[in-house]
Design a protein around this ligand. Structure first.
Ligand code: AMP
Ligand code: GLY
Length: 435
């Protein structure tokens, strides 16, 4: 079987790695891929946002299954184009991907179907937005409706900050058309976590939960980034919470999508805020999370390829989805970034030490923003590599990740030193209450 992974980041390398370990020994292809995916197979240098050239590449390489990593091609209809051509694809249709592509759609869906989330109001122009800003309490959250590369949500502390954000989004059009409509959302407190359901219509299998560390600096300070690390499974996740999330969030959402004639096939990512054993939805994404996937796939006990293959079968009928359980271990993923990230970075710096990092027992290294300069591996972006430590406990997995990360060098390299701290804190609170 030949599998094509669409995308070029650490999420895609980790998916390629997990799929390559299937007993069915698939051929692995990346589109456009990265040097890490090239270690496992072959990259196809094609524009993932052009469905006709993707389809041509799929036909030429006799691909059996396409797994789409990022949201943009899904929201643009890549899965529809491939499905119409008879190609099996794991990823939702454009209509279903709107759950991520439009916050207004997602909030409206949750409201109509009683799915727990933050209260909200929508503004369609700057005047209406300023009127809403005058009447809400602070802190409050303002979100651009459309895709904004993870930068479209702003937590504002005052009416003045809200007005500034409205001006940036709706008047100066900082996010282009994505900011034409703005969602005002009640600020939720609690512990954030990411839940991944592999869905095929109303059927689904839940993968292990994970937690993303989005801020640039230790202690969750600094600017929001694309993710500086993640760990899995979340210490505070348990069977009772899982039952609550499945019955109150995942199942009603898949049912709602089916009723709205947007049946959901692909990865449904629920970003949750959990407080006092109750979860509310902060966001839905229509694909695997990055960097959560890098922490999650190494601790799956099962054949991820078989699961994605079955879930994407349009003729699945009543066949149950294969399980992909948690193998009982913990993983910590640390993102190695270029100096200055998430601001301006310089690239083209030679990377050393990946092999040494991989020699650390339990460590994995996934490529994100890397590229080849002749035969030299160099930095090509803000988030360069993902170093994952896997072990039986969270402290051991964290140590493994940081020992391995210390072997890697490139000019300006930096990482957060505290990935997983919330889990460690929860473990120590638990042991204090037991003693
Ligand atoms: P989003 O663009 O919806 O993914 O939001 C980005 C990040 O902003 C989330 O991961 C949260 O950390 C934070 N956030 C979004 N909405 C809320 C909310 N209603 N309350 C508190 N934090 C939020
Ligand atoms: N880790 C957040 C995201 O993938 O959107």
């Amino acid at each position: 079987m030949n599998v094509l992974i669409v995308g070029s980041g650490g999420r895609e390398h980790s998916l390629a790695w997990a799929l390559s370990r299937s007993p069915s020994k698939p051929g692995i292809f990346g589109l456009p891929g990265n040097p890490g995916i090239a270690e496992l197979g072959e990259n196809l240098p094609t524009d993932m946002l052009d469905p006709s050239t993707v389809l041509q590449a799929v036909r030429e390489t006799r691909i059996d299954l396409v797994v789409v990593g990022p949201e943009a091609p899904l929201v643009d209809g890549l899965a529809d184009a491939l499905n119409q051509a008879g190609v099996r694809v794991f990823g939702p249709s454009a209509a279903a991907a709107e759950i991520e592509g439009s916050k207004v759609f997602a909030k409206d869906l949750m409201e109509r179907y009683g799915i727990p989330t933050a209260g909200h109001q929508v503004a369609y122009d700057a005047d209406a937005a300023n009127r809403i800003a005058a009447g809400v309490g602070y802190p409050h959250v303002l979100k651009a409706d459309g895709l904004a590369a993870g930068k479209g949500a702003l937590i504002v502390q005052s009416r003045a900050e809200a007005e500034e954000a409205i001006d940036a989004m709706m008047v100066k059009k900082q996010f282009g058309d994505a900011g034409a409509r703005v969602v005002f959302e009640e600020f939720l407190e609690g512990e954030e976590m990411s839940v991944f359901a592999v869905a095929s219509g109303e059927r689904y299998v839940l993968l292990t939960t994970s937690q993303d560390y989005k801020r640039a600096h230790d202690g969750d300070r600094g600017l929001n980034t694309g993710g500086m690390g993640a760990y899995a499974p979340v210490v505070t996740w348990n069977d009772t919470l899982a039952e609550h999330v499945c019955t109150e969030i995942i199942e009603p959402t898949l049912l709602a999508m089916a009723r709205e004639d947007r049946p959901y096939t692909g990865l449904l990512y629920a970003g949750l805020m959990v407080r006092e054993k109750k979860a509310r939805v902060v966001e839905f994404n229509c694909r695997f999370g990055d960097p959560e996937t890098q922490a999650l796939v190494p601790i799956i006990d099962g054949d991820l390829l078989e699961l994605l293959w079955e879930a994407s079968d349009p003729a699945i009928g009543k066949r149950p989805l294969p399980e992909c359980a948690h193998d009982g271990r913990t993983a910590v993923c640390v993102v190695l970034s270029s100096g200055g990230y998430p601001g301006k970075v310089t690239t083209g710096h030679t990377i050393h030490g990946i092999e040494k990092a991989r020699e650390v027992s339990g460590a994995l290294v996934f490529h994100a923003g890397t590229g080849m300069d002749k035969s030299n591996l160099v930095t090509r972006g803000g988030r360069v590599l993902n170093v994952v430590g896997v072990d039986r406990t969270l402290p051991a997995a964290q140590e493994c990740a940081y020992v391995a990360a210390s072997k890697i060098e490139f000019e300006g390299v930096f990482c957060r030193r505290d990935i997983g701290w919330r889990g460690l804190e929860a473990l120590s609170a638990r042991s204090n209450s037991e003693s």
